[in-house]
Design a binder for this molecule. Structure first.
Ligand SMILES: [Fe+2]
Ligand SMILES: [Fe+2]
Length: 482
């Protein structure tokens, strides 16, 4: 390992932030790096640290440099620090400081709030690596195995991105936060990760694909709103992270899409018309659609919780302070200050779910969540097209936002996927129809067998239409024994 620890930082870390001229930040990063590698070896993909993986590495932010493909051992991946190019004369696009020049340094009054936003974002990045570290052992193909590893190294890079900002702009406090980011562990009783969905298990590949579809999409929305930030280095960092994040959602959407395709094709071939003949479908060695709907219900509802309370003064303060904007802020046609406008919020009023107008400033989370829901729905529409095309009678649906919530307006009530309020008895009687049961989990687990012959796929998932980097179907994406 010594050659990894004794890094020549001028060449080992691709960066466009003049790292070699920034002695103080360089020293802080040098001190942080061995701990990061320790964390990666301990909590990164288990059993594959010596494998050669065909990975995309970003070595610069221009179109030619940010997607270089080659075989690399994951601990030797070049975790770079890359910010989208500075926009000449960029103006703050929202909040109290609307129209002022974007800040190149942290404004003193917002120091604590900004640090908090970065730490929360940063904490999710290593968390998902920890959650996914067992998946290589049950990968349905070398193609899929490579994809989870690609997601993992990029989440690692996203941690670097936040740590760079913390170390460069927040001095001693920032260095302490950077240390803490390596100390917390997903699902740990004493030192858990900060957000709920990032402490859940990712026990199988259906969960992984649901996670990258739903939870990485929350990440996309958060990055989109931070990319609007008046603090320019944060904006530029997030803009570049979004280019990588798009691949994570591709992995999720196509992973589920291929699972749906395989199930529908197997049903057709066996002459099964009714998708609810679950045992018959499962006997074909594929995952029945109703179980996929239950997994979808689970991951969507956990991801909604990540948006926080519908009405939130923290969110209002972050918007008002021009620190965290809205999805596609610059394309919205309004005053971008929101001091006098309202936004409709679903709330619990006298035991009923009602739409209530709230001040738009405090409803920032709700608005972002609505944009997220619309983005999710577009993915579901594409999945439903696959089902239609093969000719099976089934539709995936997003459950109501009141369903299975632990944060916000609906955390203390029980609601069905269609939004009907239920008492405990009714909920308990039905919940196994709406959320995955232990049996469902055991069945999915029984299908999870590693397939490592190039070009071969596990029975429960269809091959992709095209390879990564346009490689042929039998390309050896991971060379296991290096
Ligand atoms: Fe990320
Ligand atoms: Fe991601």
């Amino acid at each position: 390992m010594s050659d990894i620890v004794n890094v020549d930082y001028s060449t080992r870390i691709p960066n466009n932030v003049s790292l070699t001229e920034d002695r103080q930040v360089l020293r802080a990063l040098e001190r942080w790096h061995p701990g990061y590698i320790d964390w990666w070896m301990q909590m990164g993909p288990q059993g594959f640290q010596e494998s050669l993986v065909y990975l995309r590495t970003a070595v610069s932010v221009d179109p030619k440099g940010w997607a270089k493909f080659d075989y690399v051992k994951m601990p030797e991946y070049r975790w770079g620090i890359l910010l989208a190019p500075q926009e000449e004369g960029r103006k703050i696009p929202f909040g109290r400081h609307y129209g002022e020049p974007a800040w190149q340094e942290v404004p003193g009054e917002y120091r604590a709030m900004l640090r908090r936003l970065m730490v929360i974002q940063g904490d999710t990045e290593p968390a998902s690596v920890e959650q996914q570290r067992h998946l290589g052992k049950t990968a349905p193909s070398l193609y899929d195995m490579r994809n989870v590893f690609q997601v993992n190294v990029e989440e690692g890079r996203h941690l670097w991105a936040m740590v760079y900002l913390l170390q460069k702009y927040f001095g001693r406090d920032g260095r302490e936060e950077a240390e803490q980011l390596l100390q917390r562990r997903s699902g740990d009783a004493d030192k858990p990760r900060m957000l709920g969905a990032f402490n859940e298990a990712t026990p199988d590949w259906l969960s992984f694909h649901m996670f990258t579809f739903f939870t990485d999409r929350d990440g996309k929305m958060q990055l989109e709103s931070l990319a609007q930030s008046g603090f320019d280095p944060l904006s530029r960092t997030c803009r570049f992270m979004l280019t990588e994040e798009a691949h994570h959602m591709f992995v999720g959407e196509t992973g589920i899409g291929r699972t749906i395709q395989r199930t529908c094709e197997a049903m057709k071939a066996a002459g099964i018309e009714d998708p609810y003949e679950i045992n018959k479908v499962r006997d074909l060695g594929v995952i029945d659609l109703p179980t996929m709907q239950k997994k979808l219900n689970l991951h969507y509802s956990l991801s909604l919780d990540l948006f926080g309370s519908e009405v939130s003064t923290n969110a209002a303060n972050a918007f008002n302070g021009s620190l965290k904007g809205r999805f596609q802020e610059t394309k919205i046609d309004d005053d971008h200050r929101l001091e006098s406008s309202t936004y409709p919020v679903l709330k619990l009023v006298d035991g009923e779910i009602k739409r209530v107008d709230e001040p738009a400033l405090t409803a920032i989370n709700m608005r972002l969540r609505d944009d997220y829901t619309a983005d999710c729905q577009r993915g579901l529409d594409r999945w439903n097209k696959i089902i239609d095309r093969i000719g099976v009678n089934f539709r995936f649906q997003l459950p109501h936002v009141a369903f299975h919530r632990q944060i916000g307006e609906f955390r203390d009530i029980k609601a069905s996927p269609s939004g009907e309020l239920l008492d405990d008895a009714a909920w308990n009687g039905q919940k196994e129809n709406w959320l995955p049961s232990k049996d469902d989990g055991d069945f999915i687990q029984s299908l999870m067998r590693q397939v490592v012959e190039p070009g071969k796929f596990a029975n429960w998932i269809a091959p992709p239409r095209v390879g990564i980097d346009n490689k042929p179907g039998d390309f050896e994406y991971v060379k296991l024994a290096a």
